[in-house]
Design a protein around this ligand. Structure first.
Ligand code: NAD
Length: 294
């Protein structure tokens, strides 16, 4: 059993913290929002009244926060309050620059650390089936693994500090682009009089095959579990896809990488969310693609 502080008990953090407690760890959580604290408590998580209080007996800390600036603030607090040797794990999706900056904060305080963003969404958080993409030293990864295993089913060591965040934004850039490609293909197929099922049957077993088509098909019918069959209720909301595409663009600019389709995808999702669809599943962009002017 490990004593674990869990900071950020939102849609993802609360069920992740609950899974750590269910696995037998002593988990003390904290969130700035009283409502989040109450909901986490209802899931079986003990809550503290501040980050330093949550850290009191902890030998590991997990943060699950909205963006880089929140993680920078909280990791600075943790570096001051943590006991020597406390392991720091950040599972938020943040920019690579902030991820490296918070690794440096931990290193300056002599604390082992990993960035460990996730894919799998709130469903994966509840079911403890998340995929963790981990950046940090081999020693820090080995220490983090048993904690991550209580919350996920696939744990991948991607490299040094920031490599987990790098893998996350590259993967989600593929996802955003491929969903637009699949949406455009269905919209063109409709104009050509092709049935959704016919296009699905061909493309899902041909070279057009991809996750956006076979698991998350953006038209109702061919994949009964996809959000298209449920009024495009997320799933993975368009605003979160836009956040990840913007992080990919920030990284592309910072490194001089050419990502023209990633840039277009970010622009299209910016338009889609600005048109009132921030909370729609990201596959719902097919509606905008159908009506898009050339
Ligand atoms: P959320 O907004 O539901 O939760 C974030 C929580 O952090 C909030 O409850 C907020 O009050 C709390 N918080 C902010 N600043 C704090 C501070 N200084 N101290 C303590 N608590 C603080 O967000 P979420 O959906 O749980 O996502 C968390 C992270 O996971 C984000 O980076 C997101 O991009 C990433 N993510 C989300 C999903 C998803 O499907 N929701 C999937 C993969 C990754």
């Amino acid at each position: 059993m490990t004593s674990i502080a869990f900071i950020g008990l939102g849609n993802m953090g609360a069920p992740m913290a609950a899974n750590l407690a269910r696995a037998g760890h002593n988990v003390i959580g904290f969130d700035l929002s009283e409502e989040s604290r109450r909901e986490a408590q209802a899931m079986g998580v003990t809550v503290a009244s501040s980050t330093p209080e949550a850290l009191r007996d902890a030998s590991a800390v997990v943060t699950m926060l909205p963006a880089g600036r929140h993680v920078r603030t909280v990791w600075s607090q943790i570096a001051e309050a943590a006991r020597p040797g406390t392991l720091l794990i950040d599972s938020s999706t943040i920019d690579v620059e902030s991820a490296r900056a918070v690794h440096a904060i931990a290193a300056a305080a002599g604390l082992p650390a990993v960035d460990a963003p996730v894919s799998g969404g709130t469903g994966g958080a509840k079911a403890a089936t998340l995929t963790f993409m981990v950046g940090g030293t081999a020693e820090a990864f080995a220490a983090a693994r048993p904690i991550l295993e209580a919350m996920g089913k696939k744990i991948v060591h991607c490299g040094d500090a920031g490599a987990g965040q790098a893998a996350k934004i590259c993967n989600n850039m593929i996802l955003g682009i491929s969903m637009i490609a699949v949406g455009e293909a269905f919209a063109l197929g409709e104009k050509l009089g092709l049935s959704h099922q016919a296009l699905f049957d061909v493309a899902s077993t041909s070279s057009g095959q991809c996750w956006s088509l076979t698991t998350y098909c953006p038209v109702p019918g061919p994949v009964p579990t996809s959000p298209a069959n449920n009024g495009y209720k997320p799933g993975f909301a368009a605003e979160l896809m836009l956040k990840d595409l913007k992080l990919a663009q920030d990284a592309a600019k910072a490194t001089g990488a050419a990502t023209p389709l990633g840039e277009q995808a970010a622009d299209l999702y910016a338009r889609f969310t600005a048109e009132g669809n921030a909370g729609t599943d990201f596959s719902g962009i097919i509606a905008m693609l159908r009506s898009a002017k050339p």
